[in-house]
Design a protein around this ligand. Structure first.
Ligand code: PLP
Length: 346
């Protein structure tokens, strides 16, 4: 992919082979020095735990450009912490915060000309990945590990842009068990979600919303984004559960709602019985950013929110603007969330 041929306005959310990626190996109880490599292929034993037993975890982050061309990360320490939690849950050696941050920064810097310039709605998606490698057969921790970081310039996840989507409450399948791995960003949680989403798309919905697996009574999240709701009385809430992946975007929205806008935003269990009181709903994550949900389908009935589900609501819009403008420093980053790691024009 030649940078000169990229139309920044036409980028999709697909994989592209960039010039450089970071690789580091764990062997005999320690991490060896990492390096930048050009080959995007990974060669591994056919018996690796990552491909048989799903011993792997990952992260998803973004680098974005400010108007001045500064390349900015968003709360990368939070990703570093979560990556450690996910690794420990699957008995993998945690990558130190320092090693994680250096790997992310140097991979973006090595590919800096591919960071989309300001103003095209595009960004550089960053994918840190930790996998069990080496020879193994039984179900036990791998003898060796690979930590890699690759980057891809991407367009928006939802091509329609900031427009409400329809989602369906999933009653046939669960995403995560109450004490399973739902709160870890591990591959095993995702392949099980491909079938439910395909079925929902056939029915005209763009995503599914999972309920708690035990009672089927409380909202959890979508396949790769957390949820938040604005109720008719003006209060906000984001669902709380052990089985939800703790989204950094959600955490940021909670802080924006409380500190920047003085809204009553709670982190609590949200029951399905509250569906009738919802005025606005949104899905949030690094890829989804904030995606307004206009309609939720539940037991064969569609519940429409603000403007019959055709327009994003005012509070969702306000949160979206504050978050995205903070991320590219269009407004002052009063929370101290962005980190400059270079400039794409210098
Ligand atoms: C990554 C992810 C999210 C979003 O988390 P962010 O930190 O906001 O990107 C939400 N749910 C699931 C299941 C995820 O994997």
């Amino acid at each position: 992919m030649d940078v000169k041929n990229i139309d920044w306005d036409k980028l999709d959310f697909s994989y592209k082979n960039m010039p450089y990626r970071y690789r580091a190996y764990w062997k005999d109880g320690e991490w060896l020095d990492g390096s930048m490599v050009t080959n995007n292929n990974i060669v591994l034993s056919e018996s690796a735990t990552s491909i048989h037993y799903g011993q792997q975890c990952f992260e998803g982050m973004k680098a974005q450009c400010s108007k001045e061309g500064d390349v900015l990360l968003f709360r990368p320490e939070e990703n570093a912490k979560r990556f450690q939690n996910s690794a420990r849950r699957l008995r993998m050696p945690a990558v130190s915060k320092e090693m994680f941050l250096n790997a992310v920064r140097s991979t973006v810097q090595a590919n800096i000309e591919y960071v989309p310039p300001y103003g095209h709605g595009a960004s550089m998606y960053i994918r840190p990945l930790l996998i069990g490698i080496g020879d193994n057969l039984g179900v036990k921790p791998a003898p060796e590990y690979l930590f890699t970081v690759f980057v891809v310039p991407v367009g928006p996840y939802f091509k329609e842009g900031f427009k409400p989507v329809k989602m369906k409450i999933e009653l046939e399948y669960d995403r995560a068990a109450p004490q399973g791995t739902g709160d870890a960003k591990v591959g095993g949680n995702y392949s099980a979600g491909i079938l439910p989403v395909e079925k929902a798309r056939e029915e005209g919905y763009s995503e599914v919303i999972y309920l708690d697996a035990r009672e089927k009574k409380y909202f959890e999240e979508t396949g790769a984004a957390n949820l938040f709701f604005v109720f008719k009385n003006g209060d906000l809430a984001t669902p709380k559960s052990n089985a939800i992946l703790p989204s950094i975007t959600r955490k940021s929205i909670v802080e924006i709602a409380r500190k920047d806008f003085d809204l009553n935003m709670e982190h609590r269990q949200v029951s399905i019985d509250e569906l009738e009181n919802i005025e606005e709903a949104g899905a949030c994550g690094t890829a989804a950013v904030i995606t307004p949900i206009g309609t939720i389908g539940y037991k064969g009935q569609d519940y429409n929110f603000y403007a019959d589900g055709k327009e994003p609501g005012p509070i969702t819009t306000k949160l979206y603007k504050q978050l995205t403008q903070t991320q590219v420093r269009d407004i002052e980053d009063t929370h101290g969330w962005t980190e400059k790691i270079g400039n794409r024009d210098k």
